[in-house]
Design a binder for this molecule. Structure first.
Ligand SMILES: NC(=O)c1ccc[n+]([C@@H]2O[C@H](COP(=O)([O-])OP(=O)(O)OC[C@H]3O[C@@H](n4cnc5c(N)ncnc54)[C@H](O)[C@@H]3O)[C@@H](O)[C@H]2O)c1
Length: 238
């Protein structure tokens, strides 16, 4: 496949390495200094676009791909509030979008276990749940998109929770999400159920960015030639 990379930062560079190692080529790289090259004419020379840019640029980049008729894999986080609207536009225009707050295979396994565990916890009200996520200091959004996905999954399965908030608001139906920013940490997510006598921790630790990059390239291979909206659930059969 011939790919375009929108965003050539830490993830864009890692995706380039993984894509080349899997036999793909990079036909276009867009970053902040050459946004004028993001035209339908340039995009139409490519098979799939992969966007790992910024929360404020992702939506415009997705819409540009819809207009050009090119499938897009979007890993950028922090634009959740627009997801419903973008999904509707994708369906109306019969375009292709693959999105995930986290492309790591391990995190997507954690997502599946998280839903299962939250369902079990309906029978065990002595446990309260809270979350912690830790990332490097350059991360723009907090809590992470992955933490929001985990919190929303818990809310959908655990009857006694119906909201989440950063650091918690003290109410029993709220999930407190602590966001820690330190060093060069690639991503740690921890879901903690605590009772008076013990606690259970469901934790994922990303050793490097390679797992996210590999998942994004696999997503690009999957969406090539397709129409519709996809997530890692489609790829992993979860
Ligand atoms: N879904 C996942 O698995 C996953 C994993 C890691 C990071 N992320 C997300 O991916 C995004 C990028 O992460 P990163 O660590 O590479 O950040 P980064 O800051 O290293 O890179 C972002 C790049 O986007 C560029 N950019 C800014 N505006 C742009 C525009 N309009 N068009 C194109 N490029 C533009 C910046 O100049 C920068 O080079 C973040 O939102 C992050 O949260 C997602």
């Amino acid at each position: 496949m011939k790919l375009a990379l929108l965003g050539y930062g830490k993830m864009g560079r890692e995706i380039e390495r993984v894509a080349l190692s899997r036999g793909h080529s990079i036909g276009l790289v867009i970053d902040i200094s050459n946004q004028n090259e993001l035209t339908s004419e340039n995009l139409q020379k490519l098979d799939v676009v992969i966007d790992f840019s910024t929360p404020s640029s992702a939506v415009a980049n997705i819409l540009a791909c819809f207009d050009a008729g090119i499938p897009i894999v979007c890993g950028t986080t922090g634009w959740n509030k627009d997801l419903l609207r973008i999904s509707e536009i994708c369906k109306e225009k019969n375009q292709a979008l693959f999105h995930s707050s986290n492309f790591s295979i391990g995190v997507n396994i954690l997502f599946a276990v998280n839903e299962y565990l939250a369902g079990i916890m309906n029978g065990f009200p002595q446990y309260d749940v809270r979350m912690e996520e830790t990332h490097h200091t350059q991360k723009l959004d907090a809590p992470s998109g992955t933490a929001i996905t985990i919190a929303e999954q818990i809310i959908s399965r655990l009857d006694r929770k119906n909201a989440w908030s950063l650091y918690g608001n003290g109410s029993h139906d709220d999930i407190a999400v602590k966001a820690i920013r330190e060093g060069d940490i690639n991503g740690i997510h921890d879901v903690i159920y605590e009772s008076d006598v013990d606690y259970i921790s469901l934790k994922h630790y990303a050793k490097s960015r390679k797992g996210f990059a590999l998942g994004a390239v696999i997503a690009a291979e999957y969406i090539n030639g397709k129409k519709g909206i996809y997530t890692m659930r489609n790829v992993m059969g979860l």
